[in-house]
Ligand binder design. Structure first.
Ligand SMILES: N[C@@H](CCC(=O)N[C@@H](CS)C(=O)NCC(=O)O)C(=O)O
Length: 256
């Protein structure tokens, strides 16, 4: 049986779970919830990031690579539009969601959850984050002009955007009311059984993570990479990141 190594609170885990539920695939949940499971994860993914998928002898990591593999291996029901232009559009939307929108959503989680004291110490960075999130919401709203979904019928583009919009909304950074297309889209996509199920997984994991003694996502040591670092620089948290690194409260993915 397929095995999914993930942490249900990761937006990328949410994406892959929704995809597997949509495909009707059975999979075993091998959750990486504790810090002491890092070595196990590193044997699957040299970057030490969730999610990773095992299909027999094949191990794949990175949610986009996993999604491509799943589409190639189980093409029905399709999660990409049939035409090349539609497929390219879906992949482009997925890329923006997984890089820029994710980075901003992580910023929201930083202020709202991981480092709430930053609201007092760095209010200007919070204001810039709120402004940046608004721009992403407005851009996504424009992308939905004349469409029910981001690329053709419901597709991987919708699955990819959902976690990065739904998770900030769950901690009080919702879609502005004037983004009516995005608001209607969120309601539509969130009500799909696949999304409901994956979000229930995430809410249950959140409740359980509060009891975890040695959590994978430790509040006192945060993982930073790629676009998430650009986000920190953009909102003026570059010097803060350097302090965090010096104090061993931040780390990067290992080099394989
Ligand atoms: N590009 C990767 C990103 C995966 C990623 O950043 N995962 C984060 C959680 S959201 C992670 O595992 N970080 C390692 C850590 O927190 O120790 C993907 O699409 O799967």
């Amino acid at each position: 049986m397929l095995q999914l190594f993930d942490h249900p609170l990761s937006p990328y885990a949410l994406k892959v779970r929704i995809l597997l539920y949509e495909k009707g695939l059975e999979f075993e949940k091998k959750e990486i919830r504790r810090h002491d499971q890092r070595d196990e994860l590193l044997r699957l993914n040299p970057r030490g990031e969730v999610p990773a998928l095992r299909d027999g002898d094949v191990v794949i990591y990175d949610s986009r690579v996993i999604a491509e593999y799943v589409e190639d291996r189980w093409p029905t029901p399709p999660m990409l539009p049939p035409d090349p232009a539609g497929r390219a559009r879906a992949r482009a939307i997925e890329l923006v969601a997984d890089t820029q929108v994710d980075a901003c959503a992580v910023g929201v989680a930083l202020f709202g959850f991981f480092r709430p004291a930053l609201k007092e110490t760095h209010p200007e960075a919070l204001a810039r984050t709120t402004e940046l999130l608004r721009k992403h919401h407005e851009n996504l709203d424009r992308e939905l002009a004349g469409r029910e979904h981001f690329a053709g019928p419901f597709s991987r583009a919708d699955i990819a955007v959902l976690p990065h919009v739904a998770m900030p909304a769950a901690i009080g950074f919702g879609v502005p009311p004037e983004c009516t297309r995005l608001t209607a889209w969120l309601e539509r996509v969130q009500s799909r059984p696949s999304a409901q199920r994956a979000m229930q997984d995430a809410f249950a994991a959140f409740a359980e993570s509060q009891e975890e003694k040695d959590p994978f996502f430790a509040h006192d040591r945060l993982h930073w990479r790629n676009d998430r670092i650009e986000y920190l620089l953009r909102v003026g948290l570059g010097p803060w990141l350097l302090d965090e690194l010096r104090a061993d409260r931040a780390f990067f993915s290992p080099v394989p």
